[in-house]
Design a protein around this ligand. Structure first.
Ligand code: PGA
Length: 252
């Protein structure tokens, strides 16, 4: 069964609007069309509407880096899923490691966000991944199992199928230390095994799993050739037109 291939750029809290506009216009110009690939960028939320206006009709889709799971209410500073939809978003990052580890997002909140995003018809990209200390203590599989079990708790197989997973070892994010292809492959196989425990083989084999963590033009090739890796979630290297376009054109 063929899985969707996604090349995504998480801009985090970088770029002013002029820089963001130049970046997205450059990407649209430089990305080589490939009908099998989805290209997604996650700009800062305040620019979503304007960036959407630039991307409309191009192969580049947009997503939001975080949402709140409530429909509306007195939640100062938060953004609802409907608001993200209004700005043209198709995708939502859920449970990024910076949300988990800097802003203290718990698995239970991530479960609520994941369910809410699916209910509202957007595509969640659920991020999972272990800390260095957890890997060194041989706990990677336990951590991935607990993140996946809690995020998917109460979720139907139909909704599980609509979710995209991103394996992002925390020790590789923004550090320049990319996981070796072997490490990434093992973790992706483990994530699929865990999905299999929850939903059976057909679902486990159909869910796309992206790799994220210091992906660059010079290491994308080694990751791309691994069957279980269905695309990438790129941070730093997605802030530069040439490097993101290079990553997106791997194997083209
Ligand atoms: P990085 O970030 O590519 O800069 O390591 C990846 C991410 O945070 O998704």
């Amino acid at each position: 069964m063929s899985r969707r291939q996604i090349f995504a750029g998480n801009w985090k809290m970088y770029k002013n609007f002029d820089e963001a506009r130049i970046l997205v216009e450059g990407l649209i110009k430089n990305l080589k069309g490939n009908s099998e690939r989805e290209y997604v960028i996650f700009p800062p939320a305040v620019y979503l509407q304007k960036i959407y206006d630039i991307t409309k009709g191009s192969p580049v889709k947009i997503g939001i880096q975080n949402v709140y799971y409530k429909h509306e209410g007195a939640y100062t500073g938060e953004i609802s899923i409907d608001m993200a939809k209004d700005c043209g978003c198709d995708y939502v990052l859920v449970g990024h490691s910076e949300r988990r580890h800097i802003f203290g997002e718990e698995n239970s909140e991530i479960n609520m966000k994941l369910n809410a995003v699916l209910q509202e018809g957007l595509i969640p990209v659920l991020c999972i991944g272990e800390l260095l200390e957890e890997r060194e203590n041989g706990r990677t599989e336990d951590v991935l199992r607990s993140q996946i079990y809690s995020a998917f708790e109460g979720m139907t197989p139909e909704n599980a199928l609509k979710t995209i997973l991103a394996y992002e070892p925390v020790w590789a994010i923004g550090t320049g230390k990319v996981a070796t292809p072997e490490i990434a492959k093992d973790a992706h196989i483990t994530a699929r095994k865990i999905l299999n425990e929850l939903y059976g083989d057909a679902v486990a084999r159909s869910v796309s799993i992206l790799y994220g963590g210091s992906v660059k033009p010079d290491n994308i090739e080694g990751l791309y050739v691994i069957d279980d890796i269905d695309g990438v979630l790129v941070g730093g290297a997605s802030l530069d037109i040439d490097s993101f376009a290079d990553i997106c054109s791997v194997g083209n």
